[in-house]
Ligand binder design. Sequence first.
Ligand code: NOJ
Length: 557
Amino acid sequence: MQKKWWKESVVYQIYPRSFMDSNGDGIGDLQGIISKLDYLKTLGVDVIWLSPVYKSPNDDNGYDISNYQDIMDEFGTLKDWEELLAGLHTRGMKLMMDLVVNHSSDEHAWFIESRKSKDNPYRDYYIWRDGKENKEPNNWSSFFSGSAWQYDETTDQYYLHLFSKKQPDLNWENKTVRKEVYDMMTWWLDKGIDGFRMDVINLISKVEGLPDGPGEGRYEWGGEHFMNGPRVHEFLQEMNKEVLSKYDIITVGESPGATIEDAVQYANNQYTELNMIFTFEHMDIDSGEGGKWDLKPFELTAFKEVMSKWQIGLNGKGWNSLYLNNHDQPRIVSRFGNDKEYRVESAKMLGTFLHMLQGTPYIYQGEEIGMTNVKFDLEDYNDIEIKNMYREAVIEGGENLDKVMEAIYAKGRDNARTPVQWDSTENGGFTTGTPWLKLNPNYQKINVEQALADENSVFYYYQKLIKLRKQYEIIVYGDYQLILEDDKQVYAYTRTLGEETLLVITNFSGEKPTFILPTNLPFETKDLLISNYKTEETEDIASIELQPYEARVYLLK
Ligand code: NOJ
């Protein structure tokens, strides 16, 4: 397997709006991040992925960009950004920027021009169509509920927006659009950034003719006509040739609906497209057929199946990104762990599980201190996805309010977006003003200051997980194999490299199941590399009664 620095790295995601506010306006900013760089260095992460900081009207908190080459006023200036980049580089860390080019904001100069007239030179930068019999051009629904089309009176046509109506999709069929994007990317790379996380990059190519999605409803899921579309690999290869291949960088493409076959192409070993992609199958594990808001209980065996499929499917052919949290996902300790009596244990267990897999691990801000989900009153939520879903389900659809609220508590994106809890002072030390989104009320108990003062905290455990990756090649490059496939409580797997075996045992339950070591795993010596309970080094591991949410990693020789 080819060795690469980005395979050996750990990435930490910052959602700037919620990270740290330096000027008391209630919104996180670049100087706030700069003030926490030593903290990130102490944690030991290698790369920072910065969610969008560009100019934006914030319909979708920065994922709607009105100027790709400038910084949002609330966050600071380009000069602040340069200071951030330098601060990271001086400390030996790298910076990965978010690239959001499936769509722009409707307030981007290109779109302002585009909507003016059918013969405007920018018209074809976006996807405009006539309506059909006084209805939308096709039946596609938006990721954020309702139609994916917005009617525009000026020219009596509709434009496509797979996300909010303030996020019109760019027309990648247009060569000039592609060139503009590549020039913009080059501009950032020449400033010295170290890579891109690419927002929904596998949606950029739409099937010709934009055919209807299957189904009889007015709005239907048209995903098969725009996920991993016909020209997506051609576009990414062009982007790679024109831009990416000229730099030694890290690239990860967010790719909903990608299969292993797709991934092997996106993240191929010749690196003609990207380094890795973010997939979603493991995050859909607790969703029913109705999608993310249709709650379904977590089943460990189903989760094992998905994870193992990706671990084995990409082994030697591509590269996995490993994540359980990000700004779109609920907090993992509340989701697959236990955020009450076993919060610390289960947060450590989930971290162990993830960091010992093959791939590049991503940590999302607050994960390293075991931050949890929230339950807000409806009016305290900010997220457009939540608001649109609520409107469609409850106000227009008459669905049961309690059921919808349960879904928001479990899956709402604001779970991840409450401000980082730095200490136990007002607003968790995040801001001296009024925070743009309320804090999780548990900040007095769960916060960075507390974690740094407690040697048994989730923070120091994560620090150790990161260190281990630097010490043991097997953690980065070893082959994965699932053991005890049918166990409903214990997720155990091995990694092998040369003569060595790494044994990872994680208990996903609050009970005390027994782990029985398979007989085909002989060894002479064993080293306990990390565990979340006190464990005797000499303990016989042929059979272990595990503690609730226990995790152990052994190196067997
Ligand atoms: C995926 C991003 O992660 C999410 O936050 C955003 O709302 C959509 N793409 C649209 O940009």
